[in-house]
Design a protein around this ligand. Sequence first.
Ligand code: GLC
Ligand code: GLC
Length: 814
Amino acid sequence: MRYGYFDDENREYVVTRPDTPLPWINYLGMEDYFGLISNTAGGYSFYQDARLRRLTRYRYNNVPLDMGGRYIYLRDDRQGEFWSPTWMPTRHELEDYACRHGMGYTRIGSTYNEIRADMRYFVPPGETLEIWDLTLENRSNEERVLSVFSSVEFCLWEAHDDATNFQRNLNIGEIEVADSVIYHKTEYRERRNHFAYFACSEPLVGYETQREAFLGPYRGWEAPQAVQSGKTSQSLRVGWSPVGVHHIRISLKPGEQRQVIFLLGYHENPEAEKFSPRGTQTINKRTVAPLIEKYLQPEVVETAFTSLQETWEQLLDIFQVRTPDEHVDRMVNIWNAYQCMVTFNLSRSASYFESGIGRGMGFRDSNQDLLGFVQMVPDRARQRILDLAATQLETGGAYHQYQPLTKHGNDAVGGDFNDDPAWLVLAVAAYLKETADWGILDEQVPYDNKPGTETSLLEHLDRCIQYTLDNIGPHGLPLIGRADWNDCLNLNTFSSKPGESFQTSSTQDGKVAESVVIAALFTMAAEELSQITKHLGLADESDRLKGLADGMAATTRRYGWDGAWFLRAYDHFGKEVGSKSCAEGKIFVEPQGLCTMAGIGLGEGLAETAMLAVERHLATEHGVLLLQPAYSEYYLHLGEISSYPPGNKENASVFCHTNPWIMISEAILGHGDRALDYYLRINPSKREVISDLHRSEPYCYAQTIAGRDTDHFGEAKNSWLTGTAAWNYVAIMQWILGIRPDYDGLRVEPVLPDSWQGFSATRKFRGVIYDIEVVRQGPGNAMMLEVEGEPIEGTLIPSINQEHVAVKVTLGKG
Ligand code: GLC
Ligand code: GLC
């Protein structure tokens, strides 16, 4: 069953009933100001950092689900009936409800009792505010008088403190109201120079700034007392729970329409000009006034919206395809690219499954996210690389996370996730392949953000390699440390205390447990750095790195191969993990994909064998499982992985992040049919028809799909902020469609299913637009390349200095 449909033309998903299985959300904002918004207007906003600068309050794990957001109440003042045009929070019946989630905006509209209401929410590019643009229309034959109530609940900035420190927080809330603007200024009197404002284009009949005054004692958002009675009390108390509620009254003649604009924004004042008049505690509003005035004008709102749409148009234009499969087109052209930008902006910090409190920017995660957005925002990718490298330690290791506001490494989590350094090399390689900006390697970057420790970025990369070399185990494979890509395979933790972190409470010295996954990542990273140094003319260094890559590949073939697939690891006792000799967890997906991608055992046929094992033991109709058989009990020596009930999360779900590694591997082996088949199994658009089972949004990837050991096999969970976004984009764009940036230019090397007669694509790359036409003449992947009508040897498009370059690929010829 579906809960809506794709409107590809407008690049929107249209939710046609509000009671989706889970809230189906979207994101507002792209630079400094962000919001999460669900299909019923739930969600919250923050400036830069979801923990430290939270504007509005949101209660995770709430009942009813998804209560709290950007709500409007309409009240027919003659009859006294009231409802919310976004369905929540009143859950009143509505006609023609539709939520249109688009690129950086959400529109929710409905009709009730012949009153049409359409709301558009978005953040204007370059601003730190969000616009709620409401249009009301009277579709009845009589004049109607409506009360409109807006509502937000302010968060007292630090979201964690806000949710825990009540003895203080119930006493510090402060608000000002001037004209139609409600100012939230908690802690402004002391150490903050920022405040929030909630403005309205209409004169107010009244307002509320105290939650209890608005809702009434013991009442919730579904039936606020003020709305029910049609009267506000102009509450203005210090302490308790600050809210922003405008009350306006609008009469509409038959057929009449009215636009009402609300602005919710974040603003900072210069330290010396915080107050006005001087000597008072009143906010100096002069600096924000012009901004408010500007965006309360309908033409300005329209221009801002157009500019937002143009921004997205440009971003998405970088890669557009027309293939025989609508699910491929839709995800590649619109939604997967969009999700990659969202993961760029938010890493793993704020979604409906990430509270915005616990997790900063992950080192490993952000480096992988970059693979999906580097072509859209290369300048920002460059900055991200430098920020990440600055959290590296002098040993070459890295802080596992950093806080976006300070950009400093997070001490509470620390380092020693031994895969982290390799991802930096892979991210820089992807950046260079996209941009050819070799100058980035000369950038001087500190370690641990300590001034005076700067070296070139190239040296940072070298230390990434050295870090692994300094942490080699008994078989010559890399030591795993706290964990590798799989955060839950904790071979040095041995945790038996409830509540202890599996990742940060390692108890062993870590000198035995080794990771085949890191071996594969190291092989890839050393190989890339070898090519990079070769390009720089550092032949000896390049040879040395190539030798290291080959050496690790050889060690992996010797000690990382289990006979029919790649082993996962050696544990603290030197015993195999992910081996036929194990009772459970005999085979893991990660090493099959990553070793193949690293080219390990390609020539020897190991990769072919490994992919057959994946198909036989791990592939299901809902995607490829992370491991089999699932762990049925807790194993002290394996850690968190076995803490999850079978089929969930790292314990044998379809952990979607890993699936593209299998798609890429199949493409590397030339198996176009299988590569695309795996791609489509987890493609959210393709799964739209089973929304009742899948439950998560049909327009973005989720982290996991429940595995077959569960009773909800096929249910997706933890949508949006997952490395799945970047890797699926890479798998389809670079390996199946085969349009792949390389150090010396763009490569075209499609590996398509036999049934595909071809496809066409446009790709902007290093300032040139490539118009690519792929035509199948026979089965197989053998290809002939023509550039501007001229046949070319190989698969690399030579660089031609013109705006458009025509590329033709004939497949299956000869
Ligand atoms: C989560 C983490 C990621 C990790 C994965 C597997 O997605 O963000 O860093 O690789 O889980 O454990
Ligand atoms: C838990 C999750 C894992 C995630 C980690 C991040 O272990 O299972 O997916 O990577 O938390 O801290």
